[in-house]
Design a protein around this ligand. Structure first.
Ligand SMILES: [Zn+2]
Ligand SMILES: [Zn+2]
Length: 368
């Protein structure tokens, strides 16, 4: 029984010690951060005139380039970031083109991992603070002209150097922001955009036209030069049709059928009853009845569309009968020359023969 009593006593004592330790830890928790690992800090803000720092639901992040130990947050001035959105708005401090100045004080109770609280040292790192609503992180810079190292839609990050004095590290940042002011449309051959005096671009997009023929951008008014592409014959170039044939002659223009106006042959508009027109892009089929009315020889057909005329030549050849005659005509000239040579030779030979006969008979007469 005695043994048990002492055990209970000891257990109670141990519990008290643990509880005391916990209480102590609770009052002064120490957090150790390795170099590069971010420490989250509460943010206290002043939003309006005459107000003191009030704890906000925003947070800041300090990332040190050396290992460090961060103490507890005792009040609105220790181990936190104080952001003054109101009192720093002194127009005389703002640079031209900037319209809000934010004072940011970073205070940390700072010890290195061995427990030292160095004096006179400086600790470098970076601080990520909330971006004032309605501003673009791209516009953020310190009044010394240092631009943000990076930014997101809600935060902006600056390099900082904290001066350590008796274990307290401190620095002050004055960050100014501006509201972008985009002027008139800027434009080049393909795009339009607006540009702020800070160089930030917005609304960048390709010009917008109603169709391929439209020359003026609907957004910025840029005027382009449209080189009208005249249509051309893509099928049926230099086609031939033989008289008496029942076939059609088919010609294709690459102009859309919707732009079709007329067909002209040798400059004369052809009555629509003489052809069939089909989609693809514009297909014209000249009927055999009509082709038979054309004279043999070369002709020119134009398929006329709103975008221009596609033109090619075609030939009407005579019927098979006369075309065999034409084939004789087409025999090489050397053949004709040979015939002529033959005839001339024969003529000469017969000439000489006649002459010879005459001379011979004369001689015979003389002898007689
Ligand atoms: Zn701007
Ligand atoms: Zn445009």
């Amino acid at each position: 029984m005695m043994k048990n009593k002492t055990n209970v006593k000891w257990k109670k004592r141990a519990a008290t010690i643990v509880m005391s330790l916990c209480l102590l830890m609770g009052l002064m928790p120490l957090k150790v951060f390795a170099a590069g690992s971010p420490a989250q800090l509460p943010v206290y803000t002043i939003e309006s005139a005459g107000g003191g720092y009030v704890e906000s639901d925003e947070t800041a992040t300090f990332t040190s380039s050396a290992d460090f130990t961060l103490g507890a947050v005792y009040n609105e001035y220790t181990n936190c970031v104080n952001i003054d959105y109101y009192n720093a708005n002194d127009p005389s401090m703002l640079d031209d083109g900037y319209d809000i100045l934010v004072e940011c004080n970073i205070s940390l109770q700072f010890t290195n991992p061995t427990g030292d609280s160095p004096t006179g040292d400086s600790i470098s790192g970076e601080i990520t603070i909330p971006l004032p609503s309605g501003y673009d992180g791209a516009t953020a810079r310190t009044i010394d002209g240092v631009t943000a190292r990076s930014y997101t839609e809600t935060t902006v990050t600056f390099p900082v150097t904290l001066v350590v004095y008796s274990g307290n590290a401190f620095t002050q940042l004055y960050v100014e922001y501006h509201t972008h002011s985009y002027g008139d449309w800027q434009k080049d051959e393909t795009n339009h955009w607006r540009e702020c005096t800070c160089g930030e671009k917005a609304d960048s997009a390709a010009h917008s036209y109603d169709n391929d023929a439209d020359t003026t951008c609907n957004v910025c008014g840029y005027v382009r030069t449209v080189t009208a592409s005249t249509p051309s014959i893509t099928g049926g170039q230099n086609e031939k049709w033989t008289q008496g044939s029942a076939n059609e002659l088919i010609f294709t223009s690459n102009a859309p059928l919707s732009e079709f106006i007329s067909v002209t042959i040798d400059g004369q508009v052809v009555d629509e009853k003489n052809y069939v027109k089909e989609e693809g892009s514009t297909i014209i089929k000249l009927k055999a009845d009509y082709l038979s009315t054309l004279s043999a020889g070369n002709h020119t057909i134009s398929i006329n569309s709103t975008s221009g005329s596609a033109t090619t030549a075609f030939t009407i050849e005579e019927t098979a009968k006369s075309s065999s005659g034409a084939a004789t005509d087409n025999t090489p000239k050397t053949g004709d020359n040979n015939n002529l040579f033959l005839w001339t030779t024969m003529l000469c030979i017969s000439g000489f023969a006649i002459l010879g006969t005459l001379i011979y008979s004369k001689k015979e007469k003389n002898i007689k």
